[in-house]
Design a protein around this ligand. Structure first.
Ligand code: SF4
Ligand code: MG
Length: 327
């Protein structure tokens, strides 16, 4: 299993008039070839800022203040803008919830895909054109031969999403970052797109980083999962282990809050209480105000990261909670 990305102690902070927001605060994880890592958490937990940090697309008032993002022998954190531009959108590609963030409204869909293909592959114009049409077909766009000449605004939301995925995949990326890729789509199209991403992973060995609030999507897609809360990773494990043996009270709450499959909504919002204000984080464990197991110490000190059943699971299952201190 080849590691393609190694994130260590990543800290991305935002400097505002009202104070510093530690949006990502000491995050660690690895991405492997042909594997999907799910990053889960409620809105504002830092999962999107984590992906934007990897792409180095952070708003002006934000900065990576510490840590490293190793991509091969390059540290993305230190990489000059020019070199990053070559990697972004090609070797590290992305799919967003809102396709217009990556589709340029003034160029035809086909030309944008061709552009992406030609950057990395030695193909003639005709070959690139044919590949663009094939990519559009691959993502299930009907009449691809015509759509290739359309502008983004001529497509429906679902079709734009597919076109963006076609573009992201056309350059055979090593890493695909998908931030809530199917949230805006209806259930049938969502299922198609997810299975498309799974196929791609198998065919191309791409490493996928899947950011979502939807634990159902993670169960279906991910090999490994990390759970984030207030800018920190609170639990990480292989997907089966996390669902079968969740340890962090927050993860347990998230899993309990998934309604059964028959009900239509699967949102993570039934844990009591709210995410703390990032300007006024509690002193000890950030989850303490919502945790039914909180002890005195939880209000005073930040918990460390502990391994669960080292023998059974290797070192893959980790949890940031005092309940597991002595295990
Ligand atoms: Fe709850 Fe304490 Fe564990 Fe935080 S460290 S999740 S407050 S038990
Ligand atoms: Mg987000």
């Amino acid at each position: 299993m080849k590691k393609v990305l190694e994130v260590r102690n990543l800290k991305t902070h935002f400097f505002t008039d009202k104070g510093v927001v530690k949006a990502v605060d000491g995050v660690n994880f690895d991405l492997y070839e042909g594997k999907t890592l799910g990053i889960v958490g409620e809105s504002g937990c830092g999962k999107s800022i984590t992906s934007m940090s990897i792409l180095k697309l952070i708003d002006k008032n934000g900065k990576i203040v510490e840590g490293s993002i190793m991509y091969g022998d390059k540290d993305i954190v230190q990489l000059p803008v020019e070199e990053m531009r070559k990697i972004r959108g090609n070797e590290i590609s992305m799919i967003f919830q809102e396709p217009m963030t990556s589709l340029n409204p003034v160029f035809r869909i086909g030309d944008q895909i061709i552009e992406s293909i030609k950057l990395h592959q030695d193909l003639s114009k005709q070959e690139a054109h044919d590949k663009a049409v094939n990519m559009l077909k691959l993502v299930g766009i009907p009449r691809a031969e015509r759509v290739v000449y359309d502008y983004p605004h001529q497509l429906s939301g679902g079709m734009r999403q597919r076109a963006m995925i076609a573009m992201a995949l056309a350059c055979d990326p090593k890493v695909l970052i998908a931030d809530e890729p199917t949230t805006a789509l209806d259930v049938t199209i969502q299922a198609q797109i997810l299975s498309l991403m799974n196929d791609l992973k198998e065919k191309t060995n791409t490493a996928i980083m899947l950011i979502t609030h939807d634990l159902g999507v993670v169960a279906q897609m991910a090999d490994d999962v990390i759970v984030m809360y207030s800018g920190k990773v609170v639990e990480s494990a292989e997907v089966k282990e996390l669902y079968g043996n969740p340890k962090h009270p927050y993860t347990q709450g998230l899993l309990e809050s998934i309604p059964d499959l028959k009900s239509e909504k699967k949102r993570l919002n039934s844990i009591e209480g709210v995410v703390p204000n990032p300007m006024e984080l509690p002193k000890g464990c950030y989850f303490a105000p919502r945790c039914k197991f909180a002890m005195d110490k939880c209000w005073q000190e930040e918990p460390g990261v502990y391994f669960i059943d080292k023998e059974k699971n290797g070192e893959t299952h980790q949890v940031k909670c005092f309940l597991y201190e002595d295990k």
